[in-house]
Write a protein that binds this ligand. Structure first.
Ligand code: GNR
Ligand code: NI
Length: 170
């Protein structure tokens, strides 16, 4: 296993629409494991492949609290097959938008169909933080960040700050 560098906005690779995985093979399983290790090290509760520069429809999640046993979820080619009419608002952050947070409104519950690490089709009915997080990760697969859900004024302010921080550290 290995940790991978996490891309920080603004970065054109975070804006690419990711391609479906054709076969869930050993390469995909290795990436899922490396993404989990990267997510735990960050630390974060989710990570999508575009955040590590891979334009494929792959994501990992683990919503277990500190001190609880790990609950890794490995998700390939996810599709929302149902979303609730009811919305919920959550204060979101993103490992690719470090140190910035904003309230984002999304469907409160979603049913997601996906392939597991063996290529088997599965479904998960997500509510609460899992619903928010899985939709946040699926946005990454479309090249969408949580800051794309807020006003252009705030988004551009955040992007300018991140760009400036990159210039200072370069
Ligand atoms: O670690 C993360 N926390 C989080 C909190 C609220 C809503 C979404 C998230 S996902 C984020 C990790 C990340 O950037 N995933 O893409
Ligand atoms: Ni994110």
């Amino acid at each position: 296993m290995a940790t991978l560098p996490i891309l920080v906005a603004p970065d054109p690779r975070l804006k690419i629409k990711a391609k479906p995985v054709e076969v869930v093979d050993e390469t995909v399983r290795k990436l899922l494991d490396d993404m989990l290790e990267t997510m735990y090290a960050a630390p974060g509760i989710g990570l999508a492949a575009p955040q590590v520069g891979v334009a494929q429809r792959i994501l990992v999640l683990d919503l277990a609290r500190e001190g609880e046993p790990r609950q890794p979820m490995k998700i390939v080619n996810p599709e929302i097959v149902w979303a609730s009419d009811e919305d919920t608002e959550h204060n979101e952050g993103c490992l690719s938008v470090p140190e910035h947070y904003a309230d984002v409104v999304r469907p409160a519950e979603v049913k997601v169909r996906y392939l597991d690490e063996n290529g088997a089709s599965r479904e998960v009915h997500a509510s609460g933080l899992l619903a928010t997080c899985i939709q946040h990760e699926m946005d990454h697969l479309e090249g969408v960040l949580f800051i794309d859900h807020i006003s252009a004024l705030r988004r551009n302010m955040i992007l300018r700050k991140l760009l400036k921080a990159k210039r200072v550290s370069a």
